[in-house]
Design a protein around this ligand. Structure first.
Ligand code: ADP
Length: 346
């Protein structure tokens, strides 16, 4: 078997692959393997080309007993850690023996696992805090505060607040999982965005009044149709306007601006943009790209005080994606924030 033939065969394997032959030299490698190790890898002793002991052990073991071995190869490229699942398999080359070593890039699988573990840890942490408070107050009510009506009332109201916090968290988690599940299904109903915003502002009026916040709605009052899921669009703008009220500061102004344009560059076509603008303290630049991550908060204490779950903007991002829209966040410290959702329009 010529080197050209072996190279051609390896080239057909959709993984970085090298064939190690007699004298433990590399007989052939495909382009992915050359990119991973070195362009001049062929002909070299495999120990000098693939320097990780566990891979070398796998090759040696495979050469000695002809059994397939699996291991990992860890490397980094441009500051990013990469993980490969390595398989070393014995091959009888006719004129000698060899080991075919294939490197499967499983970095994304590892990352997904890490994200899942972080998520479970975050959810557990978020649930544990109110749960610990509830357990503590129940014990106090059963014991030391048993016959103290004033303490009982105070503790019950804290318990009520903590159980509502847990309920909101579970509701947001369910909503996030539903929205993620539907992300690939394009919504088909027809929704009038301007009318929807008007209805949301009426629903949130008591909350705004409580916070001393004024609303101002600009743009067409009705008939701005987008293909959408009405409940989900309601959720987007409710979350954004609630945040503007919560974080915008007492006595502020929350503006909702609806504009229609034939050519929105981010959408490459006709669309409607809805901007929710507050006059609050604003958000520093470093936080902006991370705001839509689950449980990311600029100020955890303040978010929790306000009853936030840290999931609102993550839900917004998924719904916007499902609608093939764009979310843009702009803010200047001391001058407030603008959250703009652009949606493809009819
Ligand atoms: P939360 O439940 O904490 O409000 P969100 O996902 O809705 O979670 O928002 C994430 C974080 O983004 C908030 O904790 C807050 O720090 C920041 N944030 C969101 N909206 C605003 C806003 N209008 N002004 C300032 N900060 C905001």
């Amino acid at each position: 078997m010529t080197e050209a033939f072996l190279t051609q065969l390896l080239q057909a394997i959709p993984l970085a692959s090298v064939l190690i032959g007699r004298g433990e030299r590399i007989l052939a490698a495909n382009n992915d393997a050359k990119a991973l190790f070195d362009q001049a890898i062929v002909g070299r002793h495999f120990i000098t080309a693939i320097r990780q002991p566990n891979v070398l052990d796998a090759v040696d073991a495979c050469l000695s007993d002809h059994q397939t071995r699996r291991t990992r190869y860890l490397t980094s490229e441009a500051g990013k850690d990469l993980t490969y699942a390595v398989t070393a398999s014995y091959v009888d080359l006719g004129a000698g023996e060899g080991v075919l070593v294939c490197f499967d890039d499983v970095t994304h699988v590892e990352q997904a696992g890490q994200i899942r573990r972080d998520f479970v840890a975050n959810v557990s942490h978020e649930l544990r805090t109110p749960l610990t408070a509830l357990i503590g107050f129940i014990e106090t009510l059963q014991g030391p505060a048993k016959d103290d009506p004033a303490a009982r009332d105070r503790f019950l109201s804290i318990m009520q607040r903590e159980s509502h916090r847990m309920e909101r968290l579970v509701r947001d988690l369910l909503s996030l999982s539903r929205v993620e599940g539907e992300e690939r299904m394009r919504p088909t109903a027809r929704v009038d965005v301007a009318t929807l915003i008007g209805s949301i502002l009426r629903t949130l009026a008591p909350l705004a009044e409580e916070a001393g916040v004024r609303f101002d709605q600009h743009g067409p009052a009705d008939n701005v149709f987008v293909p959408g899921d009405e409940d989900q669009l309601r959720q987007i703008f409710t979350n954004l306007i609630e945040n503007a009220i919560k974080y915008g500061g007492q006595g502020g102004l929350v503006e909702v601006i609806v504009t229609v344009a034939d050519d929105i560059p981010a959408l490459r076509g006709r669309g409607v943009s809805i901007t929710v603008k507050d006059s609050g303290p604003g958000i520093a630049d470093v936080h902006i790209p991370r705001l839509t991550e689950r449980f990311y908060r600029v100020d955890s204490h303040r978010s929790r005080e306000m009853g936030g779950t840290g999931l609102g903007l993550a839900i917004v991002k998924h719904i916007v994606n499902r609608h093939r829209g764009r979310l843009r966040i702009e803010s200047t410290l001391g001058e407030g924030s603008r959250f703009t959702v652009s949606l493809p329009a009819e």
